[in-house]
Design a binder for this molecule. Sequence first.
Ligand code: F6P
Length: 546
Amino acid sequence: MTRNLSEPIAALAALRAEMNDRGIADFFASDSRRFASFHVELDDLLFDFSKHRLDRTILARLIDLARAAGLEERRAALFSGANVNPTEGRAALHVALRNMDGTPIHTGGADVMPAVLAERRKMLAFAESVRGGTLKSATGEAFTDVVNIGIGGSDLGPAMAAQALSPFLAPHLKLHFVANVDGADLADRLRNLALERTLFIICSKTFTTLETMTNASAARTAVAQKLGEAAIATHFCAVSTAPKEVAGFGIGEDRRFLFWDWVGGRYSIWSSIGLSLAIGIGAANFEEFLRGGAAIDRHFREASLEANVPVLMALIGIWYRNFWNYAGHAVIPYDQRLARFPAYLQQLEMESNGKSVDLAGERVASATGALLFGEPGTNAQHAFFQLFHQGTEIVPVDFLVAARPTAADAHQHDLLVANCLAQSEALMRGRSQEEVEARMRAQGVREEEIEALAPHKTFPGNRPSSTFLFRQLTPRTLGQLIALYEHKVFVQSVVWNIDPFDQWGVELGKELALRLAPLVADPAAALEKLDSSTAGLIAHRRRLNF
Ligand code: F6P
């Protein structure tokens, strides 16, 4: 379809100019029902988008923009198995991985669902055998420790989810995650592990990734030294799209779990890449996690664009990125167990939409992916929230919080919720200099001090945020949250006309690291062909190291 975005863009630019004089608090003052009309409920999850610099007219124009960009057609293409990842020439069918009833989904002329369901059954049965202790180690013991070796999408998803769902983990099993090529990562993980009761899962879509293959080979050596070469077959399993390479590592057919090239790494937690998580939380909880994702798929496909949460998340992001020029976006879970969720979203959002060339190969017309970061609240309040409240940069925030704690103190949870709500309120309301002066006067502060300090104690306010409030952090809720952000990313990619499923931007660094590795390792290797900075750093490192 042809894209003609000029009209909605011009309309939005005009609305943006008018908005200079209107604050978020004004919207609340003039509409007592603002919350009622600016939130959406999805089962137990509520998405509040009332504390934003927008009204119904702006939302309508943003939706016009999405329609003009072909959102409905592109969404249909995503779910139908079409080639939505043209630079890699394939579909992006992570939605098939959480299709619970096996409704056919075709790509390349074949229904993928029989293989998806068979692989899921095989993976979950294996997970249950580890969890239940029926699968024995080389010394005939039940496994007590599981080490996932992988990086990027082969690490962040299961590592984040294992922490998020820790109350659901089997108490007799510990999950560990090793990603970095820095040998300290593996060494620190292995230090206190009994290898005779440890199962290693090598997770790599390609089975060629430097970090993962280096760590896998070091772990293999450690197991072979301690338990003998024959133990490799018992202590290793693998998840990959490359069965031949997995077999080459010495892993038998029953311990190979496959997925497909149409699953992007950062979208792979729903596949057997979730094996460590499934071992930890069990098959039934893993299926609940998938059901949470599937519920969001239905919502994304069926809800009107006006009440479609991932569409709203995406368009609010576009409003700030493209019409207000806000470069940052913070995700602050008021949930210690979601501590790794911002890191997970960093890969999802920034690897997907960190692009500057559009689908036609042209330079994009506008800014794309925001700089996403975050830490759990309340810790983040005592770190970087100062800038959110009084800095010159405006950073829209997503707050996430559960109504009820999972295995935590109820009184402390009340304090957590109160802090979360207070932050979004404070960001929106701010505190004017007049208010500050009046308060100081009421406290009996001297006039000279009021004059000197009041500007520093003033909060401009009018700083936007969304809040996700859900009943409890369960496997289903986590599935919902991840799928919401996945579809948000997709919608933004449609408006920006970029491919969200490739990641060519990570290739150059990988290639140069391979070229530099022998020069770094060999103190006699010639450095003349390098730029003077790279050569100078290697030379200095040689002096320090040898
Ligand atoms: O960082 C690039 C990347 O390709 C990610 O997209 C991917 O999740 C990660 O590397 C790991 O790749 P693999 O699963 O093939 O080891």
